[in-house]
Ligand binder design. Structure first.
Ligand code: BTN
Length: 235
């Protein structure tokens, strides 16, 4: 199903795959790099990407709901990590995977549209921290291992993620990953600060609806959010 290309280094596997998409890379090309010099995160942030991580991007040439791609990837990464290590994963809505309170994986979906507004392609990027020493300002970041993992681990994890993701992707409109995702969410029942349009607002998380919307209670009432970012988790 996937055509896998491995390179030692690039600026960002998402950007490198975009460049390859523009010159004809086929659907479901997967590009992995050992390190990124300009790894990208959500909301214009950077993603720390030293040696010792799994940085991968997947190219889609038929439209798929980006929210479903991202949530399927979060479920697939969680299951793959749990199958290959003794770490249990928790998902922070919408696209972060945690282990023992530290973020070990970030996911970024991007899409390209033509001048006429027609969908051209989408790229789903996944970064898993396997082993790294993080700078002090990345206090929320963690890695799967305290020491470099066995040489073949990165490849085994790549295949485990792709196997699980492929099963979800084949049936994506039916949201086959809903229960695997929901079961691992750690926000329901917690008080959080939600960043909506850049403004932090206190809210209480109630759960997840069947469209992967976060159900929250604000002082003025309940809402289902399809986008936004959870800033601080207060309780
Ligand atoms: C986030 O946590 O904000 C999203 C991080 C996404 C990182 C991955 S690593 C592979 C791919 N290439 C990038 O430049 N970003 C994504």
């Amino acid at each position: 199903m996937f055509t896998i290309i491995r390179i030692p280094e690039t600026d960002s596997t998402n950007d490198e795959l975009k460049r390859r998409a523009e010159v004809g890379a086929p659907a479901l090309t997967v590009l992995t790099a050992d390190r990124q010099t300009a790894g990208k995160g959500r909301l214009g942030r950077s993603f720390f990407s030293p040696d010792g991580g799994l940085y991968m991007s997947i190219l889609f040439r038929t439209f798929a709901d980006p929210g479903l791609l991202v949530t399927a990837a979060a479920a697939a990464v969680s299951e793959a990590v749990e199958a290959l290590t003794d770490r249990a994963c928790a998902i922070k809505w919408v696209n972060d995977v945690y282990a023992d309170g530290k973020k070990i994986c970030g996911i970024l979906a991007e899409a390209a549209y033509g001048a006429d507004g027609a969908f051209r392609y989408a790229i789903l990027g996944i970064g898993v921290n396997l082993y790294a020493r993080f700078p002090a300002d990345l206090s929320r970041a963690g890695a799967l291992f305290d020491a470099p993992p066995p040489a073949d681990f990165r490849d085994r994890l790549l295949h485990a993620i792709l196997d699980r993701f492929a099963a979800y992707y084949c049936d994506l409109p039916n949201k086959p990953h809903l229960s695997a995702y929901r079961r691992r969410m750690f926000l329901p029942g917690r008080d959080v600060e939600l960043l909506l349009g850049g403004e932090p607002r206190p809210a209480h998380v109630l759960g997840l609806d069947d469209d992967f919307r976060l159900l929250v209670r604000f002082p003025e009432g309940e809402r289902a959010l399809s986008s936004g970012e959870v800033g601080r988790v207060l309780l």
